[in-house]
Design a protein around this ligand. Sequence first.
Ligand SMILES: NC(=O)c1ccc[n+]([C@@H]2O[C@H](COP(=O)([O-])OP(=O)(O)OC[C@H]3O[C@@H](n4cnc5c(N)ncnc54)[C@H](O)[C@@H]3O)[C@@H](O)[C@H]2O)c1
Length: 260
Amino acid sequence: MPNKPKVLVTGSSGLIGGVLIRACSDAYEFSGLDMAKPDSAPDIPTLVTDVAELDAILPAFEGVDAVVHLAADPNMHGEWDTVLHNNFITTYNVFEAAKRAGVKRVVYASSNHAVGMWELEGPSGRIREGDYSGLEPGGFKMIDNTVQIRPDGYYGIGKAFGEATGAYYSDNFGLEVACLRIGTVSRDDDPKANVRMKATWLSHRDAAHLIERCLAVEGLKFEIFYGVSDNTWRFWDIEHAKNYLGYSPQDNAQDHWPEG
Ligand SMILES: NC(=O)c1ccc[n+]([C@@H]2O[C@H](COP(=O)([O-])OP(=O)(O)OC[C@H]3O[C@@H](n4cnc5c(N)ncnc54)[C@H](O)[C@@H]3O)[C@@H](O)[C@H]2O)c1
């Protein structure tokens, strides 16, 4: 395709970076930014440096149309020191570098853990433990993009900081920002690792499709979407992503469990 949009992926050597780049290279010209050298990740031009170093990362943002910001310590139990360095400082740097370079759009990998305390209550509190008694799939109020921020750890606080930073750069500098509260993406793409994944699984192909929709949708200002497949027992709302982005997930964790 001639004149493909140029997209910088931070965290390009990681799991979701690899999934995205492999799935969407026909439509986008990707470059990477990661402190780890790409190995199994697809072969794209990559700046290998710590995203916490603002001056070092600025050149990677020149001339790109959009940034997918994935670089972070993804450990939901991460201690303050690693979250501060790899999630807070990196995320400020990415929004600031995007602004300075005149990048139009940032797709930010937030997390369900920005609002993780909601999940422990009500129907989701039982579904996450595999207790479906008296419940109908979808027959209860989903946790949606309007709920109050309720992080369940420093990692979740860092993701809420990223959403807040995105809102600030959108309101004040016109940056277009999509925040994805991603569920669970696993290396083997198998939702049977634990019963919570029946609700929270985001398959590789649905993850790539969802990020692609965030890159492509017209008229974006600032929005928050949940990143989860079309799981029978999901408790996060995907109607907003379906209506706004045209998100059309193909997978359902239920289909992978022996009982169907
Ligand atoms: N995998 C999931 O289930 C999941 C769920 C919710 C949110 N997320 C978020 O999605 C993003 C990608 O997750 P993933 O599963 O691909 O993780 P990953 O660990 O596979 O990839 C993250 C990448 O970021 C890089 N990185 C980390 N800190 C960096 C720094 N300071 N400078 C430069 N590079 C740095 C790592 O080297 C790694 O390649 C993360 O922000 C994570 O918090 C993931």
